[in-house]
Unconditional design. Structure first.
Length: 106
């Protein structure tokens, strides 16, 4: 299992308008950070990492600490979990592909 910290700056531009007076990390920003970390730590290009399934369990506030854990389940499938402050934030599956493949093709 690989474990790494994710960093989303408290002044990230996505917080503007998401949501006024109660900002939360948009899911797309959270997944972008997770995919970049998985690509880097597996030695893959970002276009070789395809999200196949994701479930969001809790919200994340600006500056909240995040931990990404992931492990290979089969040759090309990675299961990941994102935790913060003792809570599951999101989990899902990434398939490592060749640039021309998509979920279920490999």
């Amino acid at each position: 299992m690989t474990v790494t910290e994710l960093q989303i700056a408290a002044d990230h531009p996505a917080f503007v308008g998401h949501f006024p007076n109660m900002p939360i990390v948009p899911g797309v920003v959270l997944l972008d950070e997770a995919l970049h970390a998985i690509a880097r730590l597996t030695g893959r290009r970002l276009d070789q990492c395809t999200l196949c399934a994701v479930k969001f369990k809790n919200i994340v506030r600006p500056g909240q600490p995040l931990t990404l854990q992931f492990e290979r389940m089969r040759a090309n499938d990675i299961r990941f979990d994102i935790h913060s402050l003792g809570q599951m934030i999101a989990n899902g599956t990434v398939t490592l592909t060749e640039a021309t493949e998509s979920c279920g093709d490999g």
